[in-house]
Design a protein around this ligand. Structure first.
Ligand code: ADP
Ligand code: MG
Length: 145
């Protein structure tokens, strides 16, 4: 499925819609976000985590590989930025254990750690528009693999 977003607000809205569905689930949900710098991964993640009901402010985990948010339901949400890490590092941070519980895990630059992500990961690819007249246009492609 491919969806066009015309501005950051639309990207946030898509994240909220997805968040409202994820909140209804009871098993592990892994979102693998892929796309160039500035494509909208963090914008999407912030809105998603907010929509899930986290009270804590979502900052970019650029200097933190992983942040955990605890929802009212006690379910954990993990925001991971794999930009500067290897799969090996994530395993050392406990990624394998995180995938064993019914957590919600959002991973930016997920293609860098592709081989440790579980089957059923929802891949969301963010792409800038090729048309330079549409600076704020992004294309989001959803796949489940
Ligand atoms: P990433 O995490 O992929 O590097 P960010 O979400 O941090 O990207 O940054 C995206 C930047 O692009 C933000 O400054 C945002 O305001 C801007 N932007 C412009 N149009 C869009 C859009 N349609 N969706 C998301 N972000 C957009
Ligand atoms: Mg980012």
């Amino acid at each position: 499925m491919r969806i066009k977003s015309l501005n950051p607000k639309e990207t946030s809205y898509l994240a909220e819609v997805l968040g409202s569905e994820i909140i209804k689930t009871e098993s592990l949900v892994v979102l693998g976000l892929v796309g160039d710098l500035g494509a909208g991964k963090t914008t999407f993640t912030k809105s998603l985590i907010k929509a899930l009901g986290s009270k804590k402010k979502v900052t970019s985990p650029t200097f933190l590989v992983m942040r955990r948010f605890v929802l009212k339901s006690k379910r954990n949400v993990y925001h991971i930025d794999a930009y500067r890490v290897a799969a090996y590092d994530l395993v050392h941070l406990g990624a394998k254990e995180i995938f064993k519980s019914p957590n919600i895990v959002v991973i930016e630059w997920a293609d860098k750690v592709r081989h440790i992500l579980p089957k059923g990961t929802i891949w969301i690819k963010f792409a800038h528009s090729r048309d330079s007249n549409h600076q704020n246009e992004r294309h989001l492609t959803f796949n489940r693999r």
